[in-house]
Design a binder for this molecule. Structure first.
Ligand code: NAD
Length: 322
């Protein structure tokens, strides 16, 4: 223990290990309908070394837990859509994952929606996002088919549960009551859905992007059943410092190697989590944070496999409900 660094660094690998028993038990249980193990197909249509690394990690994790993983490289990105459609229709494929960026523009958002909802392990289908924003947990009125959540926002929630930011003594759905969280990123893929998830669970969330700062809450005394959004003001370092000074949790996702969250703005004992592929905190974060999680990728893969098992459950249930 050090007086200058009183907190602890918690690695995503340690958190993801806690999901191994649950995931492997479920894969075993599915042997009756998936004797060779569920099949996840990853599509790679770019030359991004980070995507290649993520793909090899996913393969290793899948195989260690009884899944099958197949990487399909598509040399001509204009052929990717057809390849996805083919996998959508293939009964032997249980999950589909596309490594983005492919085109690096709005066409990628279209491709995300081409993946069949029933095989979308990353939870990027607009129905899943809509359910998240509206705090809806099921896909059907009978509440038989559970909705899934996008992997990266879900991974951050699970990390916060592991770190005991979620108060287990409160009823589910209110367990972040009283917590103030700052999220530096408001992308449609991670930052905005994450702000909504945390606010839906009772937190006051300050969502920061290059333009402005917004507040996501369920209102005074959690009077609303889902989050509401209020504009606070244009982005400035001063405004950020004002809202960070008493934040319990600071989450960063800035896609830049040079960006560093100002350590001065971190309250002593705050929890700091970085989901960017770059380190958004410099080493001095350890002089302030109680718990620091430098990356989230390994937990995201665990969430992806959990989502896949839930999608298989849904597909099997649908066969009996018909
Ligand atoms: P993005 O470019 O879509 O969004 C970046 C967000 O950060 C925007 O809201 C932007 O306004 C904000 N931002 C940028 N610079 C800022 C600054 N100086 N101050 C405040 N806000 C700032 O990126 P993304 O897809 O959300 O990915 C962000 C990072 O997270 C990347 O490093 C990526 O690799 C990683 N990541 C992405 C995913 C994913 O599924 N897209 C998953 C896990 C991790």
């Amino acid at each position: 223990m050090s007086a200058t660094k009183p907190g602890a660094t918690i690695l995503a690998s340690a958190i993801s290990k806690t999901y191994v028993p649950e995931i492997t038990a479920k894969v075993e249980q599915l042997r009756a309908v998936r004797p060779a193990g569920p099949l996840l197909v990853g599509f790679l249509a770019n030359e991004d070394p980070a995507a290649e690394m993520y793909a090899s990690w996913t393969k290793k994790t899948c195989e260690a837990m009884g899944f099958r993983y197949e990487l399909r490289k598509v040399d001509d990105r204009d052929l990717l859509e057809e390849a996805i459609i083919e996998a959508n229709m293939d009964e032997g494929v249980d999950g589909i994952l596309v490594y983005f960026p492919v085109f690096g523009n709005a066409q990628d958002q279209y491709l995300q929606q081409v993946v069949a909802r029933e095989k979308d392990v990353e939870g990027l289908n607009h129905v899943y996002y809509q359910n998240l924003y509206h705090n809806v947990r099921y896909l059907d009125d009978r509440q038989e088919l559970k909705s899934i959540l996008p992997c990266t926002p879900l991974a951050v929630v699970k990390i916060m549960e592991y770190l005991k930011v979620y108060n287990q003594l409160l009823p589910e759905g209110n367990r972040l009551y009283g917590k103030k969280c700052v999220i530096v990123n408001r992308s449609e893929i991670v930052g905005r859905p994450l702000a909504a998830l945390l606010a839906n669970d009772g937190a006051t969330v300050y969502s920061v992007d290059v333009e402005n700062i917004q507040e996501f809450t369920r209102g005074e005394g959690l009077k609303f059943s889902k989050h509401h959004v209020r504009d606070i003001g244009a982005y400035s370092e001063e405004l950020l410092a004002q809202y960070c000074k008493d934040a319990d949790v600071i989450i960063t996702g800035v896609p830049s190697a040079s960006y560093k969250f100002p350590t001065d703005c971190i309250k002593d004992g705050a929890v700091c989590i970085n989901f960017s592929s770059h380190s958004n905190f410099d080493d001095s974060v350890k002089t302030r944070a109680s718990l620091y999680v430098p990356s989230t990728g390994k937990v995201t893969i665990s969430m992806l496999l959990r989502n896949m098992l839930r999608l298989i459950d849904n597909r099997e249930k649908l066969k009996t409900l018909r």
